[in-house]
Design a protein around this ligand. Structure first.
Ligand SMILES: Cc1ncc(C[n+]2csc(CCOP(=O)(O)OP(=O)(O)O)c2C)c(N)n1
Ligand SMILES: [Mg+2]
Length: 320
């Protein structure tokens, strides 16, 4: 089993976690093409610095709520890769016994309240988790897209979280598109972070492809939440390398725009910064090899695992 730790303690570990997310979904993509993964998958390549940078600022018992690109959120929070791969392949060793598939993973043991196929669902769940979190000393985080900021959930939940001073961090992964629609055609005024002002909430606009920038902003927001100073909205500007989901070849994006963002790949940015800060090529190569080997074992274990017995209903009770 691939050993994952709840919180990457160093930026080298953070880089390894980003690489794990990138290669995990490449592995899942290969298995999808072989017919091993049913339904669809939503890739998150290009956006890895956001969940990893945020989760580096959290404690293991804190809550996160993800989207249908939730494998990144789950792996960043500490869900073991073999249990997540088993889930995406519908196998009994999956973190939900193989019954959740790629979009609805729950892993309460590692603080993953859930991943949501409903756009904006994570926002409402994180506010609910924030209500319990306030009693329990836990922070809750909602990851969601730019398109979700036009959902009623977003406005209702930011208002409630602010009025009740909940320990919640709202993390918008602004990748400039909601499915095939550019932000400019869907979002009045074109500004997301500033919407927090309407709810008397602090906000930051963050370079979502820079692990350090995300971690710094998240550390401030989590500190406010844990200190009783209420919620924060972080708008992390990033880009998905591929289409919205399997069925989207992403032909609607201007070539220069794609080129610009591919040139700012968060993994390359992080690797170059680590090198400039004195981490050696050998150390990075060893980290990369260990990540890839662990992932390979996790995918093999998932493929070898049995399918769940439809006659059984393994109910798991959440005991915080
Ligand atoms: C309530 C709801 N409306 C519509 C959809 C269909 N849908 C799925 S993803 C998506 C785009 C969401 O875009 P964004 O919030 O920017 O997230 P991204 O996919 O870019 O990460 C839409 C409209 C849905 N799943 N749920
Ligand atoms: Mg989007």
């Amino acid at each position: 089993m691939l050993q994952t730790i709840a919180i990457p303690p160093t930026y080298t570990e953070g880089y390894a976690r980003m690489l794990l997310i990138r290669e995990f979904e490449q592995g899942i993509h290969r298995l999808f093409m072989k017919g091993e993964v049913h339904g669809t998958t939503h890739l998150s390549a290009g956006q890895e610095a956001v969940p990893v940078g945020v989760c580096m600022a959290l404690q293991p018992h804190d809550y996160v709520c993800g989207t249908y690109r939730g494998h990144g959120h789950a792996l960043a929070k500490g869900t073991p890769a073999d249990a997540l791969a088993g889930e995406m392949l519908g196998r009994a060793n999956g973190v939900c016994g193989g019954r959740a598939g790629s979009m609805n993973v729950v892993d309460v043991e590692h603080g993953l309240v859930g991943c949501f196929g409903i756009v904006g669902g994570s926002i409402a769940a994180a506010v609910g988790a924030g209500l319990s979190g306030r009693r329990e000393g836990r922070v809750s985080v909602a990851f969601f897209g730019d398109g979700a900021s036009n959902q009623a959930y977003f406005h209702e939940c930011l208002n409630l979280a602010s009025v009740m001073s909940l320990p919640t961090v709202f993390v918008c992964e602004n990748n400039l598109y909601g499915e095939f629609t550019p932000l400019s055609a869907s979002t009045a005024g074109g500004r997301i972070a500033e919407r927090a002002e309407s709810y008397a909430m602090p906000y930051e606009i963050v370079d979502g492809n820079d692990l350090w920038a995300v971690h710094d902003a998240a550390t401030r927001a989590v500190g406010r939440a844990r200190g009783g100073d209420g919620p924060t909205l972080l708008e992390c500007r990033t880009y998905r390398h591929f289409g919205h989901s399997k069925s989207d070849p992403a032909k609607y994006r201007p070539a220069e725009e794609v080129e610009h963002w591919l040139g700012r790949d968060p993994l390359v940015v992080a690797r170059e910064r680590l090198r400039s800060e004195g981490v050696t090529e050998e150390e990075l190569a060893a980290t990369e090899e260990a990540t890839r080997e662990g992932l390979e074992r996790a995918l093999e274990a998932a493929l070898a695992a049995p399918f769940p017995d439809p006659a059984e209903r393994p109910g798991r009770e959440f005991k915080p």
